[in-house]
Design a protein around this ligand. Structure first.
Ligand code: 1HN
Length: 353
């Protein structure tokens, strides 16, 4: 199949141009002039592959820590902007990503918004917390934490060391639909109604409360601690098999539905054994990766990224991705796969060209 052209734009003439001007004056336009760009035979993403080295980002984030408080900033975050989407606060065409810092003694005030958020904890001593819907969750490196849409959330760091995490939000999707709402809680720190770890015990043990009825579109378990996740990867690696493309790759689930933890965003964790050399794959969900452990290399289309702990990189839609590990490595990743699957547009391609 010829994948380069779907439709060839017709030529123009003086008469046609004259018509186009008259169309323009009446807020109309000739489809045949734009169809080739509008409906492409394959994804044509504006998003480009990009890598953010933690060694570059961290000093900048710490500088921000000296210049602005979490309270003044509301959220002290360096937005990771795709180099081809500058000024749009987007890492992909559909997702936002940023790196957030909460200094010792700081609080990021309680608010809620229509956008769903995830956190992947990068640095911290396990003293900081995020509070979601009346429950605090301690944030430790490697933990995956959710903030379902329209739930009040605030962060705090009563410890002595900074805490840093990766944020992922579906802001561009919410804004595509012009469906953004946000407000503040009356109190800077929301009142707590349950103990730390309650949701994990209630929903994360392969058990559900007897009276439970599925409610909402997001997982009621909003923390997936790394210690548990890492143990699963370790056991599955020992048990095998190791997938030739992905290593040992798991998806985070809503334990009530078996579906994705949020309606728009899917998240994954994968173990790549030392000297793993994965075969290429591609899919329509542009994916943001954060290195949890180890060193390796990833080929994304024409780009080759050498990565180490806490580096973040993005693979655009439909570009071939292959991972190599130089030592045992763990990659966290997230994408809009949940939204794409819900709409029926998600595709993958496993050819190894
Ligand atoms: C937000 O609420 C947080 O709660 C982080 O930590 C980043 C980016 C855009 C909009 C809301 C947070 C955000 C955000």
């Amino acid at each position: 199949m010829d994948t380069t052209t779907f439709y060839v734009k017709p030529g123009t003439s003086a008469e046609r141009k004259d018509l186009y001007e008259r169309l323009h004056a009446k807020n109309t336009a000739p489809l045949w002039e734009v169809l080739a760009k509008l409906v492409t035979p394959e994804p044509q993403s504006a998003c480009v592959p990009a890598l953010w080295r933690y060694d570059d980002i961290r000093p900048l984030l710490m500088d921000a820590g000296r210049l602005i408080t979490a309270k003044e900033a509301e959220r002290r975050v360096l937005v990771l902007e795709n180099p081809a989407l500058q000024g749009r606060s987007q890492i992909t065409s559909s997702l936002y990503a940023g790196v957030q810092l909460v200094m010792p003694g700081e609080v990021a005030p309680s608010h809620r918004h229509a956008a769903s958020a995830l956190r992947f904890v990068i640095e911290g001593e396990g003293t900081a917390y995020t509070a979601v819907d009346g429950e605090r969750t301690t944030m430790r490196p490697g933990d995956f934490v959710l903030t379902p849409f329209w739930t009040f959330h605030d962060h705090g760091n009563p410890g002595g060391q900074p805490v840093i995490w990766l944020d992922g939000l579906d802001v561009p999707i919410v804004n595509l639909f012009d469906a953004s709402f946000a407000d503040h809680h009356d109190e800077e720190t929301q009142p707590l109604t349950r103990r730390d770890g309650d949701a994990l015990a209630r929903y994360g043990g392969g058990l559900l409360p007897i009276e439970h009825t599925p409610r909402g579109l997001s997982s009621p378990m909003f923390s997936y601690p790394y210690a548990r996740t890492r143990e699963v990867l370790d056991t599955l690696y020992r048990n095998g098999p190791v997938h030739p493309r992905y290593g040992v790759k798991m998806q985070y689930v809503n334990p009530v539905t078996g579906g994705y933890p949020m309606p728009t965003i899917a998240a994954f964790i994968q173990f790549l054994p030392g000297s793993f050399k994965g075969t290429p794959h591609r899919s329509t969900d542009a994916t943001v990766y954060c290195v949890a452990e180890g060193h390796g290399r990833t080929q994304v289309g024409e780009a080759a990224f050498a990565w180490g702990p806490h580096d973040i990189f993005v693979a655009p839609s439909w570009q071939r991705v292959s991972h190599e590990a130089l030592e045992d490595a763990v990659l966290f990743s997230f994408s809009d796969r949940a939204a794409q699957k819900a709409l029926g547009v998600w595709r993958e391609d496993e050819e190894t060209v």
